[in-house]
Design a protein. Structure first.
Length: 337
């Protein structure tokens, strides 16, 4: 009796026909009625009309023992006519296997919780809007830098400078693809690296085949979906981009059927990325001990960030580059050369 009377939540017992048996003072104060007034009221007098049906259906399930208890939000009307959101929990008390003797009601006024939830939702929306604006500005800035490279290329006759600008533009696109994948991710620090890699390979292929006119490089790929932390996806994506650029640059003009193969596998705790081509075979092509090009220096640096293991195999018909690294959840900046 003392617990019923002094509980900090509204408690009541009512018969299955919705007639009250007893109510505690907290419930009376919550609804603004005196005890004798509240005991005379029907459910229609203080529950929002739109919430009556679902409540009665759940009460019926309690009476039929289809459920042990339920908890639901409803809108409750006080004596002064104002409504407040309430979280009601109900269970049934039986003397035997027949219909219940009465239903136990516990009601909490969750007005403050709802206000807090609303503020949190507004805060989340504001942050999502800010992130969307940041993504938009980053995308625009990347496009601007890429356009500046294009303009500079138009005014450059030096082939070496032109090649440097072109490669830099490809690296920017690689970053832009990672950024787009991350921006479209479902509020997570991971992206589908397989989907990103497919986009990157297609972009590189289309770019080079367009530039080379009739001479087409065929790409074979087997790239399944692999979930990867963004801070690993960036260096892994940049590294793959360098390998693709390097592969394209190692085809002779008279290479009959230039082919690049790209494969991605997910192991129990790691990822294996392989890139192979049937172009020029040279010990300097993938020399990571003493990098002879910026591309190989970037590959070496990014591999150290991934803490990966690199295997280079020169076969009779192709050169195979294999990168293996463990999947890790990393925080902080994604990549720093």
């Amino acid at each position: 009796k003392a617990t019923f009377k002094s509980a900090p939540v509204g408690i009541a017992h009512h018969k299955p026909n919705e007639n009250w048996i007893q109510v505690n003072q907290t419930l009376c104060d919550m609804l603004g009625y005196k005890e004798e007034e509240l005991l005379k009221l029907n459910f229609e007098d203080f529950i929002h009309p739109d919430d009556l049906t679902i409540g009665r259906e759940l009460d019926q399930e309690l009476a039929e023992q289809k459920r042990v208890f339920y908890k639901i939000e409803k809108r409750y009307r006080k004596k002064d006519g104002t409504y407040f959101p309430g979280l009601v929990s109900k269970s049934a008390v039986f003397n035997g296997p027949e219909s219940p003797v009465y239903l136990v009601v516990m009601l909490e006024n969750i007005t403050e919780q709802k206000k807090t939830e609303e503020k949190l939702q507004q805060s989340v929306k504001a942050k999502e809007s800010l992130l969307s604006e940041i993504h938009h500005r980053v995308r625009n800035n990347l496009a601007l830098v890429s356009a500046l490279f294009d303009l500079q290329s138009m005014y450059t006759e030096n082939e070496k400078v032109h090649a440097i600008l072109h490669d830099s533009q490809m690296r920017l696109k690689c970053l832009a693809l990672v950024h787009d994948s991350y921006a479209n991710a479902e509020k997570t620090s991971h992206i589908d690296f397989g989907d990103y890699l497919n986009q990157l390979v297609d972009f590189v292929q289309n770019t080079f085949n367009k530039e080379n006119g009739k001479r087409t490089v065929k790409i074979k790929k087997e790239i399944p979906a692999v979930n990867l932390n963004i801070n690993q996806a960036v260096p892994a994506g940049l590294l793959c981009n360098e390998l693709l650029l390097n592969a394209y640059l190692n085809f002779y003009e008279d290479t009959k059927e230039p082919i690049i193969e790209v494969n991605l596998k997910e192991l129990e705790k790691g990822v294996v990325l392989t890139v192979s081509d049937n172009g020029v075979k040279s010990s300097q092509k993938y020399n990571l001990e003493k990098p002879s090009s910026l591309g190989m220096l970037i590959v070496k640096t990014l591999n150290s960030q991934l803490r990966g293991y690199i295997s280079i195999t020169e076969q009779s018909d192709k050169t195979l580059f294999e990168l293996t690294f463990k999947k890790r959840d990393l925080k902080g900046p994604s990549s720093a050369l």
